[in-house]
Ligand binder design. Sequence first.
Ligand code: CAA
Length: 256
Amino acid sequence: MSEVLDERREDGILLLRINRPEAKNALNQEVRRLLAELCSAAATDDTVKVVVITGNDAAFAAGADIKAMAEATPIELMLRRNHEQWQAIARCPKPVIAAVNGYALGGGCELAMHADIIIAGENATFGQPEVRVGIMPGAGGTQRLTRAVGKFKAMLYCLTGQTFTGREAFEMGLASKVVPDAEVLDAALEIAATIAKMPPLAIHQIKEVMLAGADAPLETALMLERKAFQMLFDSADQKEGMRAFLEKRKPSYRGS
Ligand code: CAA
């Protein structure tokens, strides 16, 4: 059976389930390859509106596969080109939601942080414990965790390897929402379905401007926002959305 199960749902949601229960969904080369390939395909597939990435009840992903890494040399790591696979997820233009239950450690926490929205189970276990096996986060943990929760909490977690729960992740701003463990996937799918009904061009512009703007000076970011806002007035969906409001009916969006 595939190590990432993909389900294309009629409501425009692509659901990706990491499927290595025997290894707590540790990220090996095959899982990374499949996630990258599926996210790249979703980028150009108009029928996919939102991507949801999840694991199982026990683990979202317990990190990079330590067995596949323990004896690696720096050149072997370089030749694996993992950063290109991570980029395929980070650059997916469709909204990506991580539905997290169980362990989201190391590369698993980093995978969740590649998403745009994180839905966490109350008892999920997040963390960057790489320091405990002699290394450090290598897929964005030191940077994305710091940007999400601030330097002092991120330092605490990266330097000690201490874990934190889904509720704590929510309280410190890493998770968008915390729900009872049994409701995580449903909550993620409900949010995904809401987004999937929105005008696709507006969704695309919002994601692009928010991510690009976060790395730019404020004046540049505000200009990006202004240009994208103005450009949307050239879309059929803008006319439809505003006319529908004025005519007191539901809009019907076409993505044009
Ligand atoms: N890599 C490889 N195998 C892993 C794994 C990992 N990251 N996490 C768990 N497994 C395997 C275990 O080796 C075990 O396999 P065997 O049955 O063959 O021994 C199986 O999954 C079940 O795990 P445990 O018996 O350990 O289950 P547990 O419930 O007692 O503990 C756990 C679960 C707390 C997640 C523990 O497995 C653990 O600490 N895992 C490692 C977490 C970690 O250090 N992650 C960071 C990895 S480095 C990284 O991610 C680098 C990066 O930034 C890219």
